[in-house]
Design a protein around this ligand. Structure first.
Ligand code: NAI
Ligand code: MG
Length: 498
């Protein structure tokens, strides 16, 4: 492949021009080594197109561009203008909503109706951080009468951002929004499974008016481009979303290079707890949405369902009927809820977990098989008769698979819910206010939902306890991860010292 774009078509947006180059300095370019890789359509396993691959040398070039922009024009850009550019970008996301959603569906396999929600949330996130850009303020701190002290919030510098494939453009906006609002420049690497949306969005960043080098977007593999970013001596901060295994490698690489600041948003094994007094119809809907939304490919997926024993039998019966009704199929069909898993690798990984559950003696209440013989489709799967020590109860499956078990008391379920190494999210379903608050406070998780699930919002911080991560994304909290705090202390008067 030699060109820098491909002519593609989707059933939702029709024909469009897909950029395929690395986006550096506001231009699409080929990689130095001329390498490319294929992008696979998870719905039918066909090749969509090929994109240019970044290697270490390209990472160096992108970082130089980001450094030059950071030390040059971008550093002197007014906060007001940074906000205006982010707002322009948010508007362009909305204007191009159908295109961006179609690209996500094509590349990732998610239902186009869901992808549209992703894109409006991405636009909301960019607009939100556009609003923050001129509200990031310092402080004056009085210590002694002869000193004047102020605290300044400054950008960190060049930020390396490594995103996953489950919500490609939402993650793009979660990373770029706060980094840019705070005055940093970025080199963002998309996931190798889903590079397309990030490259279309890069064109919109240029159209929004961002100067060259401020937002650079590269496609490439974790072990090559991702590793080069985390160990780079001129990247000041790395923000990562993905597996806990890779999160650890990134921290090590940061420690072994320039001690760049690290924020990590990692895996989860989130408990979804249903008390006997819950509104059962609502609880079933949220439990279903909690695990099967985005094909179970959510870091916060409610994959461990705990139901109080008095309603357990009824709940299992109705939940499996509900799950079996989720429409699995073509992402571009109107009524599809669940599309294919993102890749052959993820498909195999999930099918292996399903097999491990069966082998360990768990009971398949519904699902448990692949769906169809082409594309990476898997039936919504519910296991019962599980024990806490089973692999399917401890490890993140990242697919449409959950386990359900019963509990007797509040104390017991809190203990069980907290018994994994993860702590990203959790939920409680109850009508009792005391139960809701007591359990929410006792759960070791960065987000707790009550009578709902997966309802993230860009105004609210998101991140993990324990091995689910370090730092927070979204909300005002995310800005802390993209600012340095500088203390300036001025001695007043002209009395001699000493
Ligand atoms: P991954 O953690 O390998 O990939 C995520 C991102 O990290 C991609 O952009 C990838 O290129 C990059 N990456 C991979 N190795 C790297 C390295 N050594 N240095 C720097 N960057 C690197 O996740 P993968 O393999 O796609 O999925 C494996 C499992 O990870 C999933 O089954 C799921 O359990 C979990 N995961 C969690 C996500 C979350 O939202 N927290 C998102 C994606 C995966
Ligand atoms: Mg990987």
């Amino acid at each position: 492949m030699s060109g820098l774009s491909a002519n593609l078509e989707t059933p939702h947006c029709g024909k469009y021009e897909q950029p395929t180059g690395l986006f550096i300095n506001n231009e699409y370019v080929k990689g130095v080594d001329g390498k490319t890789f294929e992008v696979i359509n998870p719905s039918d396993e066909s090749v969509i197109c090929s994109v240019h691959e970044a290697t270490e040398k390209d990472v160096d070039i992108a970082v130089s561009a980001a450094r030059k922009a950071f030390e040059g024009p971008w550093r002197n850009e007014t906060p007001e203008n940074r906000g205006k550019l982010l707002t322009n970008l948010a508007n362009l996301f909305e204007k191009n909503l159908d295109l961006l959603a179609s690209v996500e569906s094509l590349d990732n396999g998610k239902a186009v109706s869901m992808a549209k929600v992703d894109i409006s949330m991405a636009a909301g996130c960019l607009r939100y951080y556009g609003g923050w850009a001129d509200k990031i303020t310092g402080k004056v701190i009085d210590t002694t009468p002869d000193t004047f002290n102020y605290i300044r919030k400054e950008p960190i510098g060049v930020c390396g951002q490594i995103i996953p494939w489950n919500f490609p453009l939402l993650m793009w906006s979660w990373k770029i929004g706060p980094a840019i609002a705070a005055g940093n420049t970025v080199v963002l690497k998309s996931a190798e499974q889903t590079p397309l949306g990030a490259l279309v969005a890069a064109r919109l960043a240029k159209e929004a008016g961002f100067p060259p080098g401020v937002i650079n977007v590269i496609s490439g593999f974790g072990k090559v481009a991702g590793a080069a970013m985390s160990s780079h001596m001129d990247i000041d901060k790395v923000a990562f979303t993905g597996s806990t295994v890779v999160g650890r490698q990134i921290m090590k690489a940061a420690a072994g290079s320039n001690l760049k600041k690290v924020t990590l948003e990692l895996g989860g094994k989130s408990p979804n707890i249903v008390f006997e007094d819950a509104d059962i119809d609502n609880a079933i809907s949220w439990v279903n949405f909690g695990i099967f939304f985005n094909h179970g490919q959510c870091c916060c997926a409610g994959s461990r369902v705990y139901v109080q024993d008095s309603i357990y039998e009824k709940f299992v019966q109705r939940f499996k009927e509900r799950a079996a009704k989720n429409v699995v199929g073509d992402p571009f069909a109107q009524d599809t809820f669940q599309g294919p898993q993102v890749s052959q690798v993820q498909f195999d990984r999930i099918m292996n977990y399903i097999q491990a559950g069966k082998d360990a003696g768990a009971k398949v209440e519904t699902g448990g098989n692949r769906k169809g013989d082409k594309g990476y489709f898997i039936e919504p799967t519910i296991f019962s008769n599980v024990t806490e020590d089973m692999k399917i109860m401890q490890e993140e499956i990242f697919g449409p698979v959950c386990s359900i078990s019963k509990f007797k008391s509040q104390d017991e379920v809190i203990k069980t819910a907290n018994s994994t190494t993860y702590g990203l999210a959790a939920a409680v379903h109850t009508k009792n206010l005391n139960t809701a608050i007591e359990v929410s406070n006792a759960l070791k998780a960065g987000t707790v939902w009550v009578n709902t699930y997966n309802t993230l919002h860009h105004q609210m911080p998101f991140g993990g306890y324990k091995e689910s991560g370090i730092g927070r994304e979204l909300g005002e909290a995310a800005l802390d991860n993209y600012c340095q705090t500088k203390t300036v202390s001025i001695r007043l008067g002209d009395a001699l010292f000493g």
